[in-house]
Each structure stands twice: as C-alpha cells, then as structure tokens.
Ligand binder design. Structure first.
Ligand SMILES: C[S@@+](CC[C@H](N)C(=O)[O-])C[C@H]1O[C@@H](n2cnc3c(N)ncnc32)[C@H](O)[C@@H]1O
Length: 205
C-alpha cells in the first residue's frame, strides 16, 4: 500500500503528570524535600516541554492559519506554496482527512485506482490508522514529496487523538513550494520521483 508514510512517531505526547512518577519521599526533611520538589518539577517541565510546545503551536495554528495557496507545481500537478515567510520549526498545516482502518484503506486504494485517481492521498498514522484526504481534506493534500524537503510530517496527540502535522524544517520564503519526504516504503514497482533535488533518490518508493 502506497500511503504517505510518516516515520516521525517519536512525538507521542507523554502525560505531563502520571508518567513522571512519584517524586516526593514522605519522610524527607523539608529543605531537602523542597530541593527534590524543585528538581522533580524541573525534570517534569523539561520532559514535557517539547510536547507542550507542540500543543501550544497546534492551538495557535487553529486561530492563526499560515497563509498558503495551492497552484501548479513543477514537481507534480498541484502543489502547496507559502504566501508568507515561515520560520523554521513552525507548524505549517494539519493533514486533515477521514480517519480509516487498514482494511478500509486497502479497499479504497483499489477503488481509487479503478476510478483513475493516480495520486495517493492516504497518509499512515500508525499500523492500523490511515488518514484519507482523497475526497475530504484540506490544502495539505496538495503537498508534494521532495527528497530534500523544507518540511517534515510529525504525529502529535491532542485530546487523545493522533494528528498529522506538517512542520517547517528550515525558513521558507514567499512563493516557495512546501514539501516533505513521504517516506514511502520500498517497493518493487517504482514511482519515479520528479522533485528535482540534487539528492533525489529517483523514486518515491
Ligand atoms: C498528496 S498528492 C500531492 C498533490 C498532487 N500533486 C496533486 O496534484 O493532487 C500525492 C501524489 O502526488 C504525486 N507526487 C507527489 N510528489 C511527487 C514527486 N516528487 N514526484 C512524482 N510525483 C509526486 C504522486 O502521484 C503522489 O501519489
């Protein structure tokens, strides 16, 4: 199955409280305990920091969407382009679509092929969850693959729900095409890559 396969699963949100363990030994002297409390809190903050910043950025993205547009791309048909400068490590857009199971994705993939839909808008979240943006989605469905991309896809958990978010990995200029590495699994039947990067691997898969 050739779905947009995201390898960055390391971003699962750890719980900021229960998974940090109990840090206050009951019989500790007060002064030591205060130090322990402090170190414990510091550890908790440090370990939850990147996750919380994902959450903050995700909430910000809801209220202040990046200015982007889809237009013809030199890579493949339609692509997504920045209409404002985007700094590195910014959330650019969420990849929105229908959440489906593997068995449904397999059936749909076959149906889409029969319908002559040549592009794949299926994005794997985990082993049994796929987001299908073929018929319902947002502008993220227009993002093309590049072997030298300016963005990357990451899975974050918001309110116990996994979400695919596209982040910038470097500053992006106005009118620059937004791309990420699809990380398709390797297959025998190759899909030629047209990204044009010097480091192009020659195929998407
Ligand atoms: C999510 S769509 C991207 C948007 C697509 N360009 C469009 O016009 O709808 C993914 C499909 O775009 C095509 N594609 C994306 N990046 C490509 C690349 N670097 N080289 C060749 N085809 C690409 C492939 O057909 C892929 O299945």
């Amino acid at each position: 199955m050739k779905n947009l396969n995201n390898a960055k699963l390391a971003s699962e949100l750890p719980s900021t409280s229960t998974q940090q363990g109990m840090c206050i030994p009951a019989q500790q002297p007060v002064s030591l305990r205060a130090g322990s409390d402090f170190r414990c809190e510091q550890r908790r903050l440090l370990s939850s920091f990147s996750c919380d910043s994902d959450l903050v950025k995700f909430n910000q993205l809801k209220f202040r969407k990046k200015r982007i547009r889809f237009t013809r791309s030199h890579i493949h048909e339609w692509g997504l382009f920045a209409m404002e400068p985007i700094a590195a490590e910014e959330m650019v857009i969420e990849y929105v679509g229908q959440i489906i199971r593997q068995v449904i994705a397999d059936m749909r993939e076959q149906r889409y092929e029969e319908e002559g839909i040549g592009s794949s808008y299926l994005f794997r979240v985990d082993q049994d969850t796929i987001i299908d943006a073929t018929k319902f989605g947002n502008l993220a469905r227009f993002i093309n693959h590049s072997c030298n991309p300016n963005c990357y896809a990451k899975i974050i958990t918001v309110d116990s729900q996994k979400k695919i978010v596209i982040y910038s990995r470097q500053p992006i200029s106005v009118n620059e095409e937004i791309t990420y590495d699809y990380k398709f699994p390797i297959e025998e039947t190759k899909i030629p890559c047209l990204c044009g990067a010097d480091s192009c691997r020659g195929s998407l898969n």
